[in-house]
Write a protein that binds this ligand. Structure first.
Ligand SMILES: [Zn+2]
Length: 60
């Protein structure tokens, strides 16, 4: 899979890689976990916990 270069949520390109399959958008503070079939998005709360913010299918 190509590295993610654009946030699927806010479309900005201020996306950094934070793990093997994890990316973080500095614009909307969303953490993204990339799998073979989808991108799962999580909002990072002020206390550091993750809140699922949706998912985008990437296969097909
Ligand atoms: Zn974003």
């Amino acid at each position: 899979m190509d590295p993610m270069t654009q946030c699927p949520r806010c479309q900005c390109r201020d996306v950094g890689r934070i793990g093997t399959h994890q990316y973080y958008c500095w614009s909307c503070c969303t953490e993204m976990v990339v799998t073979e079939t989808e991108v799962r998005m999580f909002e990072v709360a002020e206390d550091g916990s993750l809140l699922e913010a949706g998912r985008v299918e990437t296969a097909g």
